[in-house]
Design a protein around this ligand. Sequence first.
Ligand code: FES
Length: 176
Amino acid sequence: MSATSEGQSSRLSRRQLLAAGAAATAGAAVGIDTEPAAAAQRSYPRLRVASLKGLRVNRPVSFMYPLKDQPNALVDMGHKVPGGVGPKRSIVAFSTLCQHMGCPVVYSRSLREFVCPCHQSRYDAERLSSIVQGVATRALPRVLLQVRNGAVYAVGVDGLIYGYRTNLAPGRKVTS
Ligand code: FES
């Protein structure tokens, strides 16, 4: 085989590989983002986290979800925020495991942010925990909430909790 034909063969192989990779990625994305995700959503436990009457604005409530050793915080921001539930659409909840290396983040009432004590990443609780500063590159996973009969329930998680390949294993699910 000549150098030219070898080069063409090589380029073709790379193109084929890229195409195959793109197809695999697309397939994986479809698989991950649709059916398994929907199935997983149905598998989440339903946990009563707090009563509406018991909540105080800007005072976090800690709880474990969906597994017994996965910490989260629920906060009533006091006004409408993206993803908020409740009468004012003001109540949100997030995993408190930092997306950088898993340190437990702490809610700052003065900043209204989750702050990581390890490398100072900061997440905005009023904007879906988007990153304000620091080395973390992903927002904190959001706990999906529902309000029923005067209480707030956790019913799912949007985003992968740090340190887990799936949010529901390994470990034991919480029970309400
Ligand atoms: S573990 Fe939170 S910023 Fe590094």
